[in-house]
Design a protein around this ligand. Structure first.
Ligand code: SPV
Ligand code: MN
Length: 623
């Protein structure tokens, strides 16, 4: 039964769609949201393609997106203070009795609900409430979850149409059940640039026990697009109460040259640590670049699916040399949303795009921009933002993996944990065991960048690149990882990567070198290479890398480079262990396995330091 409150604001199609969905829980929630947000009208989208086209049209109509010169391309701007994930305003609602790690931002459920519902009161006055149904993950799959997005932002809806699979039919298959996530979002009042006005009242509150997220007064997709990082938080909660993993991970097929095989890897990298460019390494295939669900299959293998079908990628430094595949996709006609780049004469420009003819004026995230424009603190505003993005479907890419939509997922044989540090980790190492692999994930660190609001250049601890999203105690999350692997018959091998090592201030590797590390890991999984055992893990032998560099890039990789890159920086690793002890001693009930690995490494490294009197040892010392 559709109540009168709803009937009054629904058009004929919307009413039919809602009726054919056959879910009273959906109707009840919508009724509550309509009473709260008081939209002028409600559009409930169904299954037909015209609905998908209509949303893009709406985004242009409302002015949240503007057309660019290239066919299918549009530009969207977020507010000047809303250009990255806002961890400060994002909180988990905790009912009485729930305690989370100190690192996780929380607010009492009753208090938080009162606050956010207060902020959302009448937030859609005069606007349309858009209601869409999606599938997180491929449809007809045991991995996938149903998600309902309710928003007043056509940009949010349009982004979701590019990024996620349509799920109306999947919702119908719930047969009226309530096993779905709900995301209620409002961009709030917009100014003449169609940018959120009341950004000071930005809030993102996660109601994990009720499977809902409320997000208000923001537009940046990491805060507004429910199915992305908001759903990841709900999924992590669900996964940790069941027996699977919801991870901030890419999925890719690795194709060693000259061999007829593909080996699938997952990979977690904090923002701006090379995740998308790893997933897009030339010659490999992409299944997903951001979020994966992992489950054990009947045979005991680890299987993974991409819960998305698109990319919301950082555009800075995408140029024909470093990221040729993405660059090509961004400069040819297709349905694509740019955000927070510079636009001049309908052409987008971004930082590090490799062009020397950047215009001296145009429109950017600060409004009308001109070279030399300063912000209110007197700092010069760059022509484009460092966290500017592009949003497009994976199917647009020529390197999309043929199985990216496979409902049974791909067998994950390896996992990368990729940090960003200038002075500690070697470019690639292999974990000594699954438990050591969990340790490598748990001790991931990155030097901060613009993808998270805050200072840049500070080391940030980011377990499994998931710190912002873990809504259970960290110890519970890591225990779940250890248990997950223990149950597998065929455990993925785990690798730590670091593409950002420096020597005398300069990067020791080119951006393309990651291809070699990835191919080496693939060869390890398949038994092609021996490795050198060190206290921090297994590292490559010089000869294997030399041959890989020669074969792939026709480049002579010198022994000097190898020693510089793969020396074990004992003192630095010990400093890192110190930071990890600080972080994790705050966590009650940490899995014993974590402390076992940490103590072992500490002992080995200290013993090595005492024995050799050295702060750093070349690989040869371990042969
Ligand atoms: C990331 O920064 O990890 C992203 C973009 O994938 S965001 O949606 O902001 O999380
Ligand atoms: Mn991400």
């Amino acid at each position: 039964m559709i109540p009168d409150t709803l009937v009054k604001v629904l058009d004929e199609d919307s009413r039919e769609n809602l009726e054919s969905l056959g879910n009273q829980h959906v109707i009840d929630q919508l009724q509550t949201f309509v009473r709260l947000c008081k939209p002028a009208r409600v559009i409930v989208f169904g299954v037909v393609q015209t609905d998908v086209d209509r949303i893009r049209g709406l985004a242009l109509e409302t002015g949240e997106e503007r057309p660019l010169k290239m066919e299918g391309h549009t530009i969207h701007f977020d507010g000047y203070n809303d250009l990255a994930r806002d961890t400060g305003s994002t909180k988990v609602l905790t009912p009485p009795g729930m305690t989370l790690s100190k690192k996780i931002n929380t607010i009492g459920r009753a208090e938080g609900l009162k606050e956010i519902l207060g902020l959302m009161d009448s937030c859609m006055r005069g606007k349309a409430m858009l209601v869409k149904f999606y599938s997180l993950g491929p449809t007809n799959s045991r991995f996938s979850l149903c998600a309902m997005q309710v928003t007043d932002s056509a940009y949010v809806s349009h982004s979701e149409d590019l990024l996620y699979r349509q799920g109306f039919e999947q919702f119908r298959k719930l047969n009226g059940g309530m096993d779905f996530f709900t995301f209620l979002h409002s961009a709030g009042e917009l100014d003449e640039r169609k940018v959120t006005k009341n950004y000071g009242n930005r809030r993102i509150y996660i109601d994990v026990t009720d499977g809902k997220v409320y997000s208000v007064n923001n537009q940046y997709a990491g805060n507004s697009v429910g199915l992305k990082k908001l759903a990841l938080r709900l999924a992590i909660y669900k996964a940790n109460h069941e027996d699977w993993l919801a991870e901030h991970m890419l999925l890719m097929g690795v194709h060693p040259p000259g061999k007829e095989r593909v080996t699938y890897f997952a990979g977690a990298y904090p923002s701006a640590c090379g995740k998308t460019s790893t997933a897009m390494i030339p010659g490999q295939s992409i299944v997903g670049d951001d979020i994966a669900y992992l489950r054990k299959d009947k045979e005991g293998y680890c299987r993974g699916v991409n819960i998305e079908q698109g990319i919301f990628g950082i555009i800075q430094d995408v140029n024909p040399i470093d990221d040729p595949l993405i660059y090509k996709s961004l400069t040819t006609p297709r349905e694509l949303i740019f955000s927070n780049v510079l636009v001049s004469d309908g052409v987008p420009y971004w930082l590090g795009m490799g062009r020397s003819d950047i215009p001296e004026k145009g429109t950017n995230y600060s409004g009308e921009w001109f070279k030399g424009k300063k912000d209110k603190d007197g700092n010069e505003i760059p022509f484009a933002h460092g966290n500017a993005r592009y949003t497009m479907r994976l199917s647009e890419l020529e390197n999309v993996d043929p199985r990216y939509n496979d409902p049974i997922g791909v067998v994950v044989e390896g996992i990368f944990y990729g940090g960003r540090d200038s002075d500690t980790n070697v470019p690639i190492s292999e974990a000594l065991s699954w438990e050591h692999g969990v340790y490598l994930g748990a001790t991931l660190e990155s030097e901060t960048t613009t993808a998270i609001i805050g200072k840049t250049g500070v080391r940030r601890q980011d377990p499994m690149a998931n710190m912002d999203f873990v809504v259970v105690p960290l110890s519970t999350y890591l225990t779940n990882h250890i248990k997950f692997g223990k149950k597998l018959k065929q455990k993925p091998r785990v690798y730590a990567t670091n593409y950002f090592l420096r020597h005398e201030g300069k990067y020791t590797n080119t951006k393309l070198d990651k291809k070699i590390w990835v191919l080496w890991a693939e060869g390890r999984v398949k038994g092609d290479y021996e490795a050198i055992k060190t206290p921090i893990g297994l590292i490559p032998q010089y000869n294997d890398l030399r041959q890989l560099f020669k074969g792939v890039f026709k480049r002579d990789y010198t022994e000097e480079e190898y020693i510089q890159q793969f020396s074990i920086r004992i003192a630095k690793y010990l400093e890192k262990i110190g930071r990890m002890e600080q972080l994790y001693k705050e966590e009650p009930n940490m899995p014993r396995e974590f402390w076992d690995v940490l103590s072992q490494q500490k002992r080995d490294l200290q013993e090595l330091k005492v024995r050799t009197g050295k702060d750093s040892l070349p690989p040869i010392a371990f042969v």
